[in-house]
Design a binder for this molecule. Sequence first.
Ligand code: N2P
Length: 347
Amino acid sequence: MTKKNTWMIGCLAAALAAFLCACGPKKPELHIYTWSDYMKPELVKEFEKAHNCKVTIDTFDSNEAMYAKLRAGATGYDLLFPSSYMVKLLFDLDMLLPLDHAKLPNLGNIDPKYLSLAFDKEMHHSVPYTLTITSIGYLGSRVEDFKPSWSMFDRTDLKGRITLLNDMRETIGAGLKSLGYSLNSTDDAQLEEAKNVVLRWKKNIAKFENEQYKNGLASGEFLVTHGYSGDLMLVKEENDDIQIAIPEEGSALSFDDMCIPKTAPNPDLAHEFINFVLEPRNAADLTEFIWYLCPNAPSYELLSEEVREDPILFPPEEVVAKLEMIGDIGDDIAKYTKVWDAIKAGE
Ligand code: N2P
């Protein structure tokens, strides 16, 4: 071998050694698909450190958007956070992995009071993450004669300064509730009536909106918004004129659950993450950060007194009695899709 060749081989070996050192073995990755403003970044960092992994979070703004993406073939996700009725749909389509309870020693922390309301009471393929009470947010000093009622969406003096959720089950459900019907109704005549209510509201609102309403309410662009409880509480931190009310005709209660798709590249790490969220300290941290109650019984005593007394996070029994779980309506979901399409297309 010539001197030049020996020198070149030496250089190549050194470059290869440097490359291997810099990259090291690839870190395991956890891909989460969830709602926005739904995780505490510090907790994610803690998890990454403890498991020497990288967590990537993608967000959706409605169950239907998440579903459409998965059905279109998105397969890289390890952990999903849909609402229970959507979990049921994914389960029925055989898209979810049964959970391995041996890897989830913290499962017993789930509050039995809320677990009794869940669809998947055995936590066979999903674990409750949070509880949402769909509410009305409004600016206390700017809205005269506020009434905790769906009729606020008919107030023509607020025309153009109101938003409704861009969420089929929630908004048709609100129309049904305003008429005194179940928000899970599958009765054609009732759905027709609800459609007409929402079409009437549509004339009065600025838009159907699931994300921007938060900042819009905080900035005063919107005066009354249909919203998810925690999102409204989150923006209340920015503007304490924001008030939150639960309509007296009744409203929706829903769980968002953690579940693992069958196509998950890293189901073990997904189990680790679920178990991490179920640590009482982490669940309490999440409740106080995202403002949705994590139904984790031993976490409650770790919450501040103010949070424990909050009527939206811990609603009194008479309020809970007026709430209705967004249920699984099986194939009748097609009726809602049809009504929703008509609402979106209608004047
Ligand atoms: C989080 C919205 C989740 C609530 N930003 C819907 N269940």
